[in-house]
Design a protein around this ligand. Sequence first.
Ligand SMILES: [Zn+2]
Length: 304
Amino acid sequence: MKTLMAIAMAVVVLFPACLRADPPKPALEVVVLGSGGPRAFGRAGSSYVVLVGGRPRILVDAGPGAFLRIGELHLDLDKVDTVLLTHLHIDHSGDLAAFFNARALTSDGPIAYRIFGPDGAGPFPKTSQFVNLLVGEGGAFAYQKTFGAPESFTVRDLAIGLDSARTKIVDEDGLVVEEIATHHGDCPSVAYRISYKGVVVVFSGDMDVSALPNLVQLAKNADLLIFNCAVLDPPDSPSQLYALHTPPRKIGEAARASGVKGLLLSHLAPDVEGQEAAVRKSIRASYAGPVVFASDKLHVPVGK
Ligand SMILES: [Zn+2]
């Protein structure tokens, strides 16, 4: 009997995995590659990978440092073929070519990307032109299209007027991605809503308060709203930043109005990072749900 017990214990110790069923994969998970903004202070620029049914599938923004974090996390990029760009500031797009590079060097076959991002205005190219300037014919990194794996790019430029309708841009095998125009000073910008198996995550991107009605509509009842928090409540940040970003008090109001179940604050600036308690208090004035501050490499299962 003692021998049998010893054998049983040895099996448990040596092969614990065989005794437990694999837990079901969450419908959606978010891995924060970069939780910072344009300032170099230790956080990578804005970037996330969304796992769908346990597999990395979607890249949301590609700020500087995303490439490094992908390597540190040993992320499997093999099924990441959808890229959602909220806008084309460098802190959200500077590592896009480096991402193509990383993805191609771990691929066995051709890669067909579909890329979404805002239309152009002023000094900002439309997203299709941006991708062409990087990897198109005559582009800075034209060699990348055949480097490691043959790549093709289908790019869709999204409407940027605040009165543009919310639009469904992906609908396949239960995965739905929707977008709506936002406003970020003079830089065209959009927000994204990703849904799968009844679970929803929304990415605000960078936006000022003029876009809050659109964001509230897009984020309705989402399980997680990832809101970029780059300023303190007025007047504690430089005044010109309020034409670009939404302060914490307004973020709290938007979270409440949209009925989101959780809030992840990201795109953190040094002064916001140093005032976590004040930011939390401002948000708490309206919103009672969980509030988490992002950090690079944070892994967040969404919803149930
Ligand atoms: Zn930014």
